[in-house]
Write a protein that binds this ligand. Structure first.
Ligand code: AMP
Ligand code: MN
Ligand code: ZN
Length: 471
């Protein structure tokens, strides 16, 4: 049955204050600095926290701190035995506890004491942010549901490693790939003893593998998955969203009981199906978060232009290809600088529309995009110059040597006339230096700032020279 669409107010909240401006850990989208691990204290350690990165030419992030504990885990025996599934508390007559202060967090921690299993889920936002951030954590015990405001408690949640890294407490999640990444990126949290209910759906060869399917099968509960698309930054959290959020963990420990029983019953002496699922879950728990590096020259990686190009059905001529690469890298560095997603800066279909029509003035650029994204409108002139330049250079490609001082000074004049937007100078710099690819140094925000200062000084010098010569 087709359900109603998500109401607009949940999808696009008006007047949401960007939560990241209050984060104590400053957002670092630069292309050159690796992710800085947040964990400072390691409960349930079998080996001490490793503070040294491998000595290498390129800076790298520190290793996953719980590799040893996860790979050498000794599971509690109860995880391999059948037991009567413990029925969840009724959904309609119970309500979740909202946790948004340190005091409430400590109170919740006390209530988690003694729990042998915890069900966990996260809600995330990645439209108005470059790397994304976690907005909510849902945590259920056998008795109660907690919904944690992770925007408020972002720098306090490391405390939960006391439970998350405890090998004697099973953490039950469904499809935990992203959750593992988000937990370590935002809070420095790691899971030792993960049971991902996705793997039993594969091992037991269920016809579907979603949580919605499991909820229907075991609990006859209809999950309204349209809320997955909601803007989870909204505060106060609308009751509909709170209700949906807690349904993601409320039933999960009961489902775990049912799945475990089936896995044990279908196991043979050669094949312990619980172990198979735990093995697969550990592979998920061992994932490490690292920033995506943008490779302007080669377009490699999931966010690279090569991947996007492979989705384009039509042929591109050399000029279009040059424009495509230029706009793709403009979009990446604008997104990093403004801390927005690529999708917000310039959605794929608009990028392709610009490549198809290659407009060379700002009104043409704006005309290709409907509705025109704010950052495209603000930078329409810069984009038009980028297109002009890429087109011209693609035509001149064989005689690259001709790109000399004359062009360089022209670009600098352009800088003067288009300055104003923060990305303008950077873009013109990149146009100046590149043929169809962009100098990777320009994606290092520290270097970019330095370049900008130098550029501004140069321009100042130039005008005073000019003034001087007039005198
Ligand atoms: P879930 O584990 O289903 O609660 O999803 C966690 C988060 O993943 C959501 O808060 C969304 O940010 C994102 N997400 C899940 N499913 C989708 C989807 N179909 N489209 C876009 N985002 C999704
Ligand atoms: Mn989830
Ligand atoms: Zn969820």
């Amino acid at each position: 049955m087709e359900r109603d669409k998500l109401e607009y107010k949940f999808l696009h909240a008006n007047n949401v204050v960007r939560p990241q401006i209050h984060f104590k850990d400053a957002v670092d989208n630069s292309n050159s600095t690796p992710f800085e691990r947040k964990i400072k204290y390691k409960p349930h350690a079998l080996v001490p926290l490793d503070f040294t990165a491998s000595v290498d030419e390129t800076p790298k992030s520190l290793p996953h701190p719980y590799v040893h504990e996860i790979t050498n885990i000794e599971y509690p025996q109860r995880m391999f035995e059948t037991a009567e599934p413990e029925m969840y508390k009724p959904y309609d007559t119970t309500s979740p506890t909202w946790v948004d202060t340190e005091e409430k967090l400590l109170e919740m921690m006390k209530r988690l004491e003694g729990a042998e299993e915890l069900a966990v889920d996260l809600e995330h936002h990645n439209y108005r942010s470059f790397q994304g951030f976690t907005c909510l954590m849902q945590l259920s015990t056998r008795d109660e549901d907690f919904v944690i405001d992770t925007l408020e408690l972002r720098d306090k949640l490391w405390m939960l490693n006391e439970y998350f890294a405890d090998p004697n407490i099973v953490k039950v999640l469904h499809g935990a790939d992203s959750d593992i990444i988000w937990l370590q990126r935002d809070f420095g949290l790691y899971i030792v003893n993960l049971f991902d209910t996705y793997f039993p759906t594969k091992v037991l060869e269920f016809p579907h593998h979603s949580l919605a399917y499991l909820l229907k099968k075991y609990c006859n509960f209809d999950a309204d998955k349209k809320y997955q698309l909601a803007d989870w930054r909204i505060r106060p959290l609308p009751v509909e969203m709170l209700d949906y959020a807690r349904s993601d963990t409320h039933f999960l420990l009961y489902i775990y009981d049912c799945l475990r029983n089936e896995l044990v019953n279908k196991s043979t002496t050669d094949g312990n199906l619980v172990r198979v699922c735990l093995q697969r879950s550990n592979e998920v728990a061992l994932q490490k978060y690292d920033k995506d590096i943008y490779d302007a020259a080669n377009g490699t990686g999931p966010g690279g232009w090569k991947h996007m190009l492979s989705k384009w059905k039509y042929a591109m001529n050399p000029q279009q290809l040059a424009v495509f690469k230029e706009l793709h890298s403009w979009r990446d560095h604008t997104a990093r600088e403004e801390d927005e997603s690529w999708r917000y800066v310039l959605p794929n279909h608009m990028l392709f529309a610009l490549v198809e029509r290659m407009p060379v003035d700002s009104s043409g650029v704006i005309g290709c995009c409907n509705p025109c994204p704010t950052l495209v409108r603000m930078n329409a002139q810069v984009i038009a110059y980028a297109i002009q330049k890429a087109k011209r250079e693609a035509l001149e490609a064989p005689k690259e040597d001709a790109f000399k001082e004359e062009d360089k000074s022209k670009s600098e004049t352009t800088t003067l006339s288009t300055s104003g937007s923060s990305t303008t100078k950077m873009q013109v710099q990149s146009i100046k230096r590149s043929n169809t690819s962009v100098d990777p140094a320009l994606f290092d925000l520290k270097k970019v700032k330095k370049l900008r200062t130098e550029n501004a000084a140069k321009l100042e010098k130039k005008s005073s020279d000019l003034f001087g010569s007039c005198l």
